[in-house]
Design a protein around this ligand. Structure first.
Ligand code: FES
Ligand code: FES
Length: 162
């Protein structure tokens, strides 16, 4: 099957049946996406399929329909070839959010998908949107703050800041 991942097309074997996460990590070397629980609970393995945040440990490879984006593809390249981090990445970096960092690509992918749908969230909406992504290091306060900052930066970038 053909899969587009971070803008590149790959030829992926449908057999044997295995989760998308294993294909990303073991076959394509996209190890920014992490394995946590392997059962859809923790959010460490979150990637986007057509912009929706999904838990790649529970997505059978044969069922994937749509373009995949992983943390390796969240930043963009500007016209002059510079890497521009996504506002979520910039905010997490600026606030030094991670501790061990194991959960962080999942946190950022969840946040990026959320802000794409709700660019002006209030605190309760951020807490709810991020509430199913677990952080063993307990960085929840900084995660919440960084998502709010990313929303502000996105508003400036889109020219919708009030
Ligand atoms: S590893 Fe996929 S949700 Fe935990
Ligand atoms: S930073 Fe360690 S699990 Fe979240």
């Amino acid at each position: 099957m053909k899969l587009t991942i971070n803008g590149t097309e790959y030829d992926i074997a449908e057999e044997p049946p295995r989760p998308l996460l294993w294909v990303l990590r073991d076959e394509l070397g996209l190890t920014g996406t992490k394995f946590g629980c392997g059962a859809g609970f923790c959010g460490a393995c979150t990637v986007h399929i057509d912009g929706e945040a999904v838990r790649s440990c529970t997505v059978p490879i044969g069922t994937v329909a749509g373009e995949i984006r992983t943390i390796e593809g969240l930043a963009t390249t500007t016209a002059d070839g510079m890497i521009e981090l996504h506002p979520v990445q910039q905010a997490f970096l600026k606030d030094q959010v991670p501790q061990c960092s194991w959960c962080m690509s999942g946190q950022m992918m969840t946040a990026a998908a959320f802000l794409a749908k709700n660019p002006t969230p209030n605190e309760a909406e951020i807490v709810e949107a991020m509430g199913e992504n677990y952080c063993r290091c307990g960085c929840y306060f900084r995660i919440k703050g960084a998502v709010a900052k990313a929303a502000e930066q996105l508003a400036v970038r889109e020219g919708t800041a009030v």
